[in-house]
Design a protein around this ligand. Structure first.
Ligand SMILES: Cc1ncc(COP(=O)(O)O)c(C=O)c1O
Length: 551
């Protein structure tokens, strides 16, 4: 019984990391086939070490420890050989029953047979992208090349290489056309290479694009930004990550406090200090999400669940230490988490303790509403970050602040002809490519387009997304597949617990481009006929998978 409890504990580690109910975890299915990808496998390494005292590498999950059963046997052996805490000494926590899929071997055979015919078909159609990926891996260290790695689908794992972009379409090296449902991870709200962006770039190119001296376009962009979003001052950087980094630094400088509250549902880019997760084993503590990030980088961060009372309680009890509450107001990872009441509660709670509320609107800005989620729900954050859409395809990040929240960036405004001076103690801020003339030119063009189209455009696009997701949900129900399309504004995610790789590869084969992290974006360039093609690709994929007894 004690051993069973330990097995159950092991299952729970994987269930937590993979987002699966523990009862559905089959200990004989290879870990890499449970819907997990190699990044999720990394997430179990720390809890395994903490709970079982054994240091493992992801490589072992692909080699000798492919299933939970094999891993358990290994852990058991280790505890005997090394005199570590014997597995049987651990008090029982619960009763466990092995879960088995009744038809599991048949299913696996069916899948393998299908893959044996599918892989050559897919490789033949996208052969040049595959050849390119092979060469690239030797020279370019790119996390994209390993996302979703699983032994059985390894031969399908390569990003498409595309070199023609137009409207809602892209063309790959083999000359195949795709309806792009990735749209630059949400960047291309107006479609690929719209005429007004090309024109803005061409005009700027005529004048050159030097750095050093400032470009006058930056002020026009700042004025437009403040007019559309209602913010007071802005600062320009080159990416969303830099916007977050500087927003947090400005908030810490403005409040002279260090602590930051974050939410597990949010992604805020690749700055060390926001690559943090709540430690599931030690309540109230935070861990860095991967090796390479010193624990000290996340020491001043607490991570909560979106919607949790605990975050509000933390503010009430430790508010005087909190510099900022950082949140994606509707997370791109889970568009189902739409809760204006909670956002308002955070607004009030942070204001009452003098902490700044930072909305990360890098995806939702200009997309949910011209003024982003702030405009949609009528909630005013103190600092807001923008990225993606704002650059019109060029790399650009923006930090926007109300009142004096950004004054530590430059000491605050001062005037000529009097005795004023930069009176606010400055923090560090600077970057070679900040206010790049090409990015300023495209940002100006994008913002003029946002203003020209106005709220009618965002509302209509949001409605098209909502009805497309609803149609897909009907289709999923008619094929009895356990997928739910969840949308917010003009983006969507498909939520499923089972491994759906075969569906995604089928969609790509049928001319729908969806990237490895699978967030779907609509743009102004997507017409009904494009969405019809995507819908048909889903229906045809399901037909094929059903004919092979795979759904
Ligand atoms: C909500 C959010 N914040 C921040 C970032 C980081 O932006 P970037 O990738 O431009 O550094 C992203 C990127 O996907 C994002 O989605």
């Amino acid at each position: 019984m004690q051993i069973q409890a330990r097995e159950q504990e092991l299952i729970e580690v994987f269930a937590e990391a993979f987002g699966l109910p523990a009862q559905s975890v089959d200990i004989d299915v290879p870990l890499t086939e449970m819907g997990a990808d190699s990044l999720q496998l990394f997430e179990v390494l720390v809890p395994l070490q903490q709970q079982f005292g054994v240091k493992l590498s992801v490589r072992q999950f692909f080699a000798e420890l492919q299933t939970i059963r094999k891993l358990f046997d290994y852990l058991h052996e280790q505890s005997i050989h090394h005199g570590a805490e014997a597995i049987s000494d651990i008090p029982e926590k619960g009763v466990f029953k092995w879960m088995r899929r009744s038809a599991e071997p048949v299913e696996t055979d069916t899948r393998q047979r299908y893959l044996a015919s599918f892989i050559p078909r897919y490789n033949q159609r996208t052969g040049q992208s595959k050849a390119h990926a092979k060469a690239v891996r030797q020279r370019i260290a790119d996390s994209r090349s390993g996302i979703g790695f699983k032994g059985t689908t390894k031969e399908l794992l390569y990003p498409l290489v595309c070199n023609e972009y137009d409207g809602a379409k892209v063309k790959d090296l083999d000359g195949n056309d795709y309806i792009d449902m990735t749209m630059g991870f949400g960047t291309h709200l107006f479609g690929h290479a719209p005429a007004f962006i090309k024109l803005a770039l061409a005009r700027q190119l005529e004048h050159g694009f030097g750095l050093g001296a400032r470009t006058d376009t930056a002020l026009e962009v700042a004025e437009l930004l403040c007019e559309i979003t209602g913010m007071d001052r802005v600062a320009f950087v080159n990416s969303g990550t830099e916007a977050i980094m500087n927003a947090v630094r400005a908030a810490r400088a403005a409040t002279r406090r260090n602590h930051v509250l974050m939410f597990s549902s949010s992604y805020h880019g690749h700055w060390d200090a926001v690559l943090a997760s709540a430690d599931p084993l030690r309540s109230g503590t935070t861990s860095a999400v991967s090796i390479g990030i010193p624990q000290g980088m996340v020491a001043d961060v607490s991570v909560f669940e979106f919607g949790s009372q605990a975050a509000l309680e933390f503010l009430a009890s430790h508010g005087e230490q909190v510099a900022a509450v950082l949140i994606e107001p509707v997370p791109t990872r889970d568009p189902g988490l739409v809760d204006p009441t909670y956002l308002r509660a955070l607004r009030e709670a942070s204001r009452s303790v003098g902490a700044l509320l930072i909305f990360d609107e890098i995806v939702t800005g200009f997309r949910a509403h011209p003024a982003g989620v702030q405009g949609l729900f009528g909630i005013e954050a103190d600092i807001v970050t923008y990225g993606k859409t704002i650059g019109g395809g060029m790399p650009l990040g923006v930090i926007a602040g109300r009142k004096g929240t950004l004054d530590a960036i430059d000491g605050g405004p001062w005037q000529y002809g009097d005795d004023s001076y930069p009176a606010v103690e400055p923090t560090f801020f600077g970057g070679t490519f900040f206010q790049h003339p090409l990015a300023m030119a495209t940002a100006k063009a994008s913002l003029i387009e946002v203003r020209r189209r106005g709220i009618d455009f965002t509302e209509a696009l949001n409605e098209r997304m909502r009805s497309f997701a609803a149609r897909l949900n009907e289709l999923f129900a008619s094929y009895r597949v356990a997928i739910e399309a969840r949308s917010f504004a003009s983006f969507m995610r498909l939520v499923h617990r089972e491994n759906m790789d075969l569906l995604y590869y089928n969609l790509i084969l049928r001319g729908v481009y969806i990237w490895e992290w699978r967030c779907w974006f609509l743009s102004a360039a997507h017409e009904d006929r494009h969405l019809e093609q995507v819908y048909q690709a889903f229906a045809d994929s399901f037909e094929e998978l059903r004919s092979q007894a795979l759904i």
